[in-house]
Write a protein that binds this ligand. Structure first.
Ligand code: GAR
Length: 194
């Protein structure tokens, strides 16, 4: 499977996917990292794994549609089949969605539909909820909406701080994203593991 990963920041999810031999052996080929932030740490992570990086800044385009069109033109020759959003902090428009329908998957650090949007972990912590979690879903035109593929709970411990809770959420994310992609690869390879 030829994939592009889109990310805007730290890139721990990107790296969890990129370093996985299990995914590689199952046929995952990460053709490119698409990043909208020229200074994002995820770019260094991609370089470490020799994955090509495409930096595209929204501010270089008059609108989001043309920005996405510019990305699509770079993705077409790479024959990208799936796009994995991994901390990509932009809403995807019908331009990209129309080109890759049901082929764009996102990860979000809450049990959607709760705490969609920015700073989900901080808002879940502040809410006092005893259980939060992670959602992986196909995207649609909304913010963190679209058909859910997998949700896992993360329990808030008595002495948790935002940071300790965030750390466990990120660990859960890394395992979950690898598993969801593995399931997708196996499904596409005709292996039914369930
Ligand atoms: C992750 O927690 C991801 O779920 C979240 O951004 C973080 C990126 O971390 N995404 C969203 O909030 C999307 N709405 P990372 O850069 O270390 O992978």
């Amino acid at each position: 499977m030829r994939a592009a990963i889109f990310a805007s920041g730290n890139g721990s999810n990107f790296e969890a996917i990129a370093k996985s031999n299990e995914l590689k052996n199952a046929g995952l080929e990460i053709e490119v990292l698409v990043c909208d932030q020229p200074d994002a740490h995820v770019i260094q992570r991609a370089q470490k794994y020799h994955i090509p990086v495409l930096v595209v800044k929204l501010s270089d385009y008059p609108n989001r549609g043309l920005y996405e069109q510019a990305i699509i033109e770079k993705l077409i020759p790479l024959k990208i089949e799936y796009i994995f959003l991994a901390g990509y902090m932009r809403v995807v428009t019908p331009v990209l969605l129309g080109k890759y329908p049901k082929r764009i998957i996102n990860i979000h650090p809450s049990l959607l539909p709760k705490f969609s949007g920015l700073e989900a972990i901080e808002r879940a912590f502040a809410s006092g909820d005893e259980v939060t979690g992670v959602t992986i879903h196909y995207i649609d035109e909304g913010v963190d909406t679209g058909p859910i593929i997998k949700q896992n709970k993360v329990v808030r411990l008595k002495n948790d701080t935002v940071d300790s809770l965030a750390q466990r959420i990120h660990q859960t994310e890394h395992q979950m994203y690898r598993q969801v992609i593995l399931d997708l690869l196996n499904k596409n390879n005709g292996v039914d593991k369930k």
